[in-house]
Every structure is written in structure tokens, then in C-alpha cells.
Design a protein around this ligand. Structure first.
Ligand code: NI
Ligand code: MN
Length: 226
């Protein structure tokens, strides 16, 4: 599975001949100036919750690519009101088999409102199971014991975990999350974008190494094969 990082909590995964794009927040992100969003491919856009720093570019990319938006019922309904038609709503605990694999919308402990302040439903994360491998994206969340259920149910090739602290898990909690989900290869997301979530990269990587885990902090625009 080829993973490309677009800054903040936005990344794409190429798997089973499809491109899955998660939480596009690129054009408002000063750190991602070098990314031209008109070149980003997507067959599916998966949105963890309604906050602006997760949905900002979803409408534009969905219109250009024709990608289907997958998210919770309220997030998907918000895009339906904008006239988008290729949508698939999920809600917490529910899974659906798409052509690339099975997606389960799992618990996240956070909040969710849309950019216009309307109700954004329950925030979540995604467990994606495919013939080419499995991965988990936490979305914005606190550390929860519920993450044990993910590790019990699914053998993960990698996980994208929020590590920036302040709004979400920080590094120490993300290491515990990696234990709970039984995954040693972690893509760090949701760090550096805003002053309260700036992290020391070398320190974060070494803390994961002390726990015998690998934290991948990709440069914006860089790709990694998991
Ligand atoms: Ni959020
Ligand atoms: Mn966020």
C-alpha cells in the first residue's frame, strides 16, 4: 500500500487499484503550499469528522475527481446539501464492503461540527481491510481502551495516528494506542500545522523507538510503501 502525505491529517492510500484520500485540508494549510490540489487523485474521500481542518478541500476534490465521499451520516448529509451525489454514510460501529475492501467506522473520542457550525454527528476513525493489507486511521481522538477491539479484530499493516497533542492524542498516548491496536508501523498525523501542536520530530521518533515501534513522519508530498 502506497501512502502519500499531504500535510496535517491528510494522506492518500493506493490499494486494490483505487486511491483513498483521507481528510483533505491542503489549500488552507500554509505548510502544504507546494501541493497543487488540482493534481490530487481520489476514487474515495474518507472524512473522519466535520471539522474544517479535515474537510476543507473535500468538495472541490470530489467535484473534480468524481470521488465518492464516505463519512458519518451528518457529514455526508452536509455534502448532499451542496449538491454532491456520490456519497456513502456510515455510523459508529458500522462497516460496508466497497469494491476496494471493507471499511468500518470506529469510535473516536473528540467533537464534530461542520465548518458552518452545524451539527457534525459523531467523530470516528476508519479500519480498512483489503486483500493487499489492512490499516487504521484514528481520526482526531483521545486514547481510548476501545482501541484494543481494533487490535483484537484486525491484523494491521500500519496505522495513521494523531500525535500532535492539545486537540488529540500526543506522542505518549499514541504509543499506548499503537500497543492497543497491536501495530508497530505508525504514520504520524495532526502535528506541526498550528502553534499548539508543533512537536519535536527527533524526540517523537526516539520515544517510539524506545517502545520498539516505528514512527514515520513523512515530508509533505512524500510517499512511503507500507
Ligand atoms: Ni477535529
Ligand atoms: Mn483536527
Amino acid at each position: 500500500m502506497k501512502v502519500t502525505y499531504y500535510g496535517h491529517a491528510c494522506f492518500s492510500v493506493q490499494v486494490a487499484g483505487k486511491t483513498l484520500l483521507f481528510d483533505p485540508f491542503i489549500s488552507p494549510n500554509a505548510l502544504a503550499n507546494a501541493i497543487d490540489i488540482t493534481t490530487i487523485a481520489a476514487d474515495y474521500i474518507l472524512l473522519s469528522h466535520g471539522h474544517e481542518d479535515h474537510v476543507a478541500d473535500a468538495e472541490m476534490i470530489a467535484r473534480r475527481t468524481g470521488a465518492m465521499i464516505i463519512g458519518n451520516f451528518e457529514v455526508v448529509s452536509w455534502f448532499a446539501k451542496k449538491g454532491l451525489a456520490k456519497l456513502h454514510p456510515l455510523n459508529t460501529g458500522g462497516a460496508f464492503a466497497f469494491d476496494f475492501g471493507r471499511v468500518k467506522f470506529v469510535n473516536a473520542l473528540h467533537s464534530s461540527s461542520m465548518p458552518d457550525g452545524s451539527y457534525g454527528g459523531a467523530p470516528g476513525g476508519f479500519v480498512v481491510e483489503t486483500k493487499a493489507g489492512n490499516f487504521y486511521y484514528s481520526g482526531d481522538t483521545a486514547l481510548t481502551l476501545d482501541m484494543n477491539l481494533i487490535g483484537e479484530a484486525t491484523k494491521l499493516n500500519f496505522a495513521a495516528l494523531c500525535i500532535g497533542d492539545n486537540f488529540t492524542m500526543g506522542v505518549e498516548d499514541a504509543i499506548k494506542a499503537a500497543d492497543f491496536i497491536r501495530c508497530d508501523h505508525i504514520l504520524g498525523v495532526h502535528y506541526d500545522t498550528f502553534p499548539p501542536i508543533v512537536i519535536d520530530h527527533a524526540e517523537a521518533i526516539s520515544k517510539f523507538r524506545e517502545a520498539e515501534k516505528y514512527l514515520h513522519l513523512l515530508s509533505i508530498g512524500a510517499a512511503h510503501e507500507f
